[in-house]
Design a protein around this ligand. Structure first.
Ligand SMILES: NC(=O)c1ccc[n+]([C@@H]2O[C@H](COP(=O)([O-])OP(=O)(O)OC[C@H]3O[C@@H](n4cnc5c(N)ncnc54)[C@H](OP(=O)(O)O)[C@@H]3O)[C@@H](O)[C@H]2O)c1
Length: 260
C-alpha cells in the first residue's frame, strides 16, 4: 500500500514522532490530518508541509476529551476524505513508581496513552467497517513488554493499548480493517529530552517515522524496533527481578513529571 492519495490522521502531531510521521506521510503524497492540543505548533506544521506542496489540515483537540477528539477527527475527514490510516500516537510519560506513588500521573497516562487511542479508533471505526477497509495504528512502546521500576504506570498504559490492539486485530481480521501496534525503543523527542538515564540505541524522530512508514504497508500486527533494543527487552523479560532492580535506577520523582 502506498500512502499517495490516502487520508491519514495522526494524533500527537505537534511534536516528536507524531510530527515526523505527519511530515513523512505528506511527503509520500498522503492527505494528512493532524491533531494535538498545541494549535500554534500544529499551525507551524501546516505551514511547513504546505510550503513543500503537501496536503495537510489541522484540528486541535485534547485526546482525553472524547467529544472534542471525535469532532476534530470528523472535521479532518470532512476536509480530506474518509480516513484510511489512523495513527493514535499522542502520549505522555510521567514518573510512576512506588515511592512516591503518582496516582494522578498514572491516571493521566491511562487517559492519554490508552483511552486517547481508543477514542481515536472509535472516531473512524464505523466508517472503516462500512467501507471494509482501513488501518488502525497505535504507537505503544517496547516498555509494553516489561514492567520497569519507576515506570510501572507508563509500562502498564503501553501494555494496555498493545493488548487492546491485539484483540481488535483478531476481531477485525476478516473485515478488511488492519490493526498495528508499533513499539519503538528510545527515540530522541521532547519526551526523552529530560531523561538523564542511558538510552541505548537512541534514534531520531525522523528515523523512527521513516521506519514506521516503511513497515506499515505490510500491515504487521506488532512492529517493534530497533532490533537491538527489541533483543535487549527480550533479555530483560527473561532476567530475574534482582538483576533488573540493580540496573534500572529509580529516580526520586516529583508528581509534576520532573525528576531529580
Ligand atoms: N520518545 C520515545 O523514546 C518513545 C518510545 C516509545 C514510544 N513512544 C511513544 O511515542 C508517542 C509520541 O511520543 P514522543 O516521543 O514523540 O513525545 P512528544 O514529542 O512529547 O510528543 C507527544 C505528543 O502527544 C501529544 N499529546 C500529549 N498529551 C496529549 C493530550 N492530552 N491530547 C492530545 N495530544 C496530546 C503532544 O501534543 P500536545 O502537547 O500539543 O497536545 C505531542 O504531540 C507517545 O505515545 C510515546 O509514549 C515514545
Amino acid at each position: 500500500m502506498s500512502f499517495a492519495g490516502k487520508t491519514a490522521v495522526v494524533t500527537g502531531a505537534s511534536s516528536g514522532i507524531g510530527r515526523a510521521l505527519a511530515v513523512g506521510l505528506a511527503k509520500q503524497g498522503a492527505r494528512v490530518g493532524a491533531t494535538a492540543r498545541r494549535a500554534d505548533l500544529l499551525a507551524d506544521l501546516v505551514r511547513e508541509v504546505r510550503a513543500t506542496g503537501g496536503t495537510i489540515e489541522a484540528a486541535p483537540a485534547d485526546a482525553t476529551d472524547q467529544k472534542a477528539l471525535t469532532a476534530a477527527i470528523h472535521e479532518l475527514a470532512g476536509k480530506l476524505g474518509p480516513v484510511d490510516l489512523l495513527i493514535a500516537n499522542a502520549g505522555v510519560a510521567l514518573p510512576s513508581g512506588a515511592d512516591p506513588m503518582n496516582v494522578p500521573g498514572v491516571e493521566e497516562m491511562m487517559r492519554v496513552n490508552f483511552l486517547g487511542a481508543v477514542y481515536a479508533f472509535e472516531a473512524v471505526m464505523a466508517s472503516m467497517l462500512a467501507r471494509g477497509s482501513g488501518h488502525l495504528v497505535a504507537i505503544s512502546s517496547l516498555a509494553a513488554f516489561k514492567g520497569l521500576p519507576g515506570s510501572a504506570g507508563y509500562c502498564a498504559s503501553k501494555a494496555a493499548i498493545k493488548t487492546y490492539c491485539e484483540g481488535l486485530r483478531i476481531e477485525l481480521s476478516a473485515r478488511g480493517v488492519a490493526v498495528t501496534c508499533v513499539c519503538p525503543g528510545f527515540i530522541d523527542t521532547p519526551m526523552t529530552k529530560q531523561n538523564k538515564d542511558p538510552m541505548p540505541f537512541l534514534m531520531s524522530a525522523d528515523a523512527a517515522a521513516e521506519r514506521i512508514l516503511r513497515a506499515l504497508p505490510g500491515r504487521p500486527g506488532v512492529y517493534s524496533f530497533p532490533k537491538a533494543m527489541r533483543i535487549l527487552m527480550g533479555l530483560a523479560r527473561a532476567a530475574p527481578d534482582r538483576f533488573i532492580a540493580k540496573r534500572v535506577k529509580v529516580r526520586v520523582a516529583s508528581t509534576d513529571g520532573s525528576s531529580k
